[in-house]
Design a protein. Structure first.
Length: 125
């Protein structure tokens, strides 16, 4: 069921240059389809947060699932600086996690991805 949701998201998003799709299946691995971690090319934290807020206004919960360790208070207090982790920070700035759960219907998944596409295009205009 979760793979079906992944397939819906991937099918709709694959037509958009700004969508950096998760690599969830290839010849050496298959994902558990637990998290759909979409990256949006050209987005920074402000645009990403704006997208999350706009999706929330539509009743769609999206979030950032992984935060780089240097942004966590424990690691900050130990002296870690995000500047030392440019790839992690870039990934974090562009990433938004889309809902994937067993009871999500095909119609719900289409509403999620269509709303996301609409909002990203608005933000990018």
């Amino acid at each position: 069921k979760r793979k079906e949701i992944f397939d819906i998201y991937t099918d709709k998003l694959s037509n958009h240059d700004w969508a950096i799709l998760p690599d969830y299946f290839n010849e050496i691995k298959t994902s558990s389809f637990h998290l759909y971690l979409l990256r949006i090319s050209g987005f920074d934290e402000n645009k990403r947060n704006m997208l999350i807020e706009k999706m929330s206004h539509k009743g769609i919960a999206t979030n950032v699932h992984y935060k780089p360790l240097p942004l966590l208070s424990l690691y900050k207090n130990l002296g870690y600086k995000i500047e030392g982790y440019p790839m992690s920070f870039s990934y974090y700035r562009q990433e938004v996690t889309l809902p994937v759960y067993y009871d999500l219907t095909k119609e719900d998944a289409l509403r999620v991805v269509d709303s996301l596409i609409e909002e990203v295009n608005r933000i990018n205009d």
